[in-house]
Design a protein around this ligand. Structure first.
Ligand code: GCV
Length: 597
């Protein structure tokens, strides 16, 4: 991307981008005041007219550019985004580190201050707006000093970021600390204390004087030791509404995360079931949140595992504005070393949600200061696909992978086919060598990369598979923890019996004996062995295919390095997990392959 095209309003940016890209054959642009993010592209007698709202006009220009690069006609339909809020949430700390970041340091924080290369951030603004992102939350949800200052003494620094992204139709959001009034000298942060509410109102008024179009606040409360309303015996509706009311006069949104569970569980306690926690906390509060609150729910009930069923909370609060959170940062899914294209996961979740498909989406960012922005250049496919998924109802994983590959590399059709099929198969391959059949949490604790079958088994995080010499998995049906009952009846039916439960979720919902014969005729233990052997072999094959592709000079070494690390990782997973189950079960592999004693 070059630097041309940065205007002061999105419409000016749209004009500059169109001029720079189309040069002589510039399309006509017409701003329709009340169209918002919508646009329409009309082609007649060789002339092109793009009509769009104040931000929609920019999306229209990006789409026209994309259509031209993909050598296809533009649709004449008026297009509106599926999601009004298409948020990228960055877990950047002000010391420059990124929680769960795999792409180098923060692009805008360094040594406790806001510090950035304006040209690079303008490039980023173009990139994000070109995929349709319209909200950027700049700091970690775990708000630690000095990030609290972003809405106080460091407000001018926050403003410099907002000014920079505004021309691209991107509004800033900031993560705030629920206990922040205490930092300012108040006795407590009780949401029902009028002093607390007044403090937030004053502070928020000042924030909006500096940044009138701030999208709002993001809050992680009472989660993993963060402060929250529970300290004062208040509900999360009371906590969220107090903040939402400070934002309301300014049109701001309060995004409240529903990632609440007991992270101090005793592993001996088999009654507390972490996946059930969010629903237990929030479903009773349905209808109590103000209408500028968004309750942001992770797509699965655990925490971005390789495969999880859809979170039941996404069905359970019809009177609440719900947003769904996905994670582009590959915390549990290969850390931007192993290839893992995520769009098929989102499609699967939305398929199960049916008409409850969310219209507010947030993604945890996978960006950093690395030259290619995403550590692994191929991880950019996830950001692209997320933007398309949030904007276009009909965006499909395959289509997004093809578009991204075409726009990025301009390969021959055969080469493009290889890349797209690697992307589309990558999730299943990763799942097979790490955690097939709904196994979760066999990662190394803390870092979350590489195998450690018992690493989380005797810890306080509620993360158990409870493998013993006879069986593995947790019964979450009504004969077990009862978690299944949080789902609507159709999903209870689907997940509730061994016969019907999709195999990918088997050990998530059921406790199964190793010698149980599964639907495909193999025993559970044989499936565990087979999946790990196959996943590893498939990773090797995929790497061999990708190595033949003519990636650009600066990317090739990065990609090759990651492919070879992926193969080592896959072999380690295969051997560690198979050996773990072999030792426990005493069952030999029916194929006589090497399992280390
Ligand atoms: C930002 C997981 C991650 C944490 C993260 C947390 C969250 O537990 O490991 O790093 O904290 O999710 O989503 O809040």
């Amino acid at each position: 991307m070059n630097e041309e095209g940065s205007g002061t309003t999105p419409a000016e940016t749209a004009r500059a981008e169109a001029k720079a890209f189309f040069r002589d054959g510039e399309p006509l642009l017409e701003v329709c005041e009340d169209w918002g993010d919508s646009y329409r592209i009309l082609e007649e007698d060789g002339k092109v007219l793009i009509q769009g709202g104040k931000t929609g006009i920019l999306y229209g220009v990006w789409q026209r550019i994309l259509d031209c690069l993909c050598k296809r006609r533009s649709s004449a339909e008026r297009r509106s985004p599926r999601c009004a809020l298409r948020m990228l949430q960055c877990w950047d700390n002000m010391d420059g580190t990124i929680e769960r970041g795999y792409s180098g340091p923060s692009l805008w924080f360094e040594k406790g201050t806001v510090s950035f290369d304006p040209a690079r951030l303008r490039m980023l603004g173009r990139l994000l707006s070109s995929v349709g992102i319209n909200v950027l939350c700049v700091n970690n949800v775990n708000v630690r000093e000095p990030a609290q200052g972003l809405i106080e003494e460091k407000l001018p620094e926050l403003r410099s970021l907002a000014d920079l992204f505004r021309p691209y139709g991107i509004r800033l959001m900031v993560s705030v600390d629920f206990s922040q009034p205490i930092r300012a000298g108040l006795a407590d942060a009780d949401p029902l204390n009028e002093e607390t509410a007044r403090w937030w109102q004053r502070t928020t008024d000042r924030v909006y004087e500096a940044i009138p179009d701030l999208a709002g606040y993001l809050v992680k409360a009472d989660s993993e030791h963060r402060p929250g309303p529970f300290t004062y015996g208040r509900s999360h509706a009371e906590g969220a509404n107090m903040l939402a009311r400070a934002l309301r006069p300014h049109g701001g949104q309060l995004v409240w995360r529903a990632f609440v569970y007991n992270c101090m569980q005793d592993w001996r306690d088999d009654q507390t079931d972490r996946p059930a926690a969010a629903y237990q906390t929030y479903a009773p509060l349905d209808g109590q949140f103000d209408d500028n609150v968004v309750l942001q729910v992770k797509h699965g009930p655990f925490d971005f595992q390789v495969r999880e069923p859809v979170s039941p909370l996404l069905f359970g609060m019809p009177q609440t504005r719900l947003g769904m959170e996905v994670q582009l940062a590959q915390e549990y899914t290969g850390q931007q070393i192993d290839l893992y294209y995520m769009a098929p996961m989102w499609e699967e979740v939305c398929r199960d949600l049916g008409e409850k498909r969310p219209t507010i989406l947030a993604a945890v960012s996978n960006l950093g200061r690395d030259a290619c922005l995403t550590g692994d250049p191929l991880a950019m496919a996830n950001l692209f696909a997320f933007g398309r998924f949030a904007w276009y109802n009909e965006a499909r994983p395959k289509e997004s992978a093809e578009e991204w590959a075409r726009l990025t590399y301009g390969f021959t059709p055969a080469e493009e086919e290889k890349l797209v099929s690697a992307l589309l198969g990558s999730r299943r391959v990763y799942e097979k060598y790490t955690s097939p059949l709904g196994l979760c949490w066999m990662v190394n604790p803390g870092v979350h990369y590489g195998p450690s079958p018992d690493g989380y088994e005797y810890q306080s995080w509620g993360t158990y598979h409870r493998a013993d010499r006879n069986a593995v998995g947790i019964d979450r049906t009504k004969t077990g923890t009862g978690y299944l009952l949080q789902y609507p009846p159709a999903l209870q039916e689907r997940y509730g019996t061994l016969e019907r439960c999709p195999e990918e979720y088997l050990l998530f919902f059921h406790r199964v004996a190793y010698d149980k014969v599964l639907r495909d005729g193999r025993t559970l233990i044989q499936r565990i062995y087979d999946d790990h052997f196959e996943g590893c072999a498939e990773a090797e094959k995929m790497a061999a295919e990708l190595e033949t592709l003519p990636f650009p000079g600066e990317e090739k070494p990065l990609i090759l390095d990651r492919l070879s690390r992926q193969i080592s990782n896959a072999r380690e997973w295969r051997d560690v997990i198979n050996t773990f189950f072999h030792r426990l079960s005493g069952a030999d592999d029916g194929m006589g392959r090497t399992i280390y004693p």
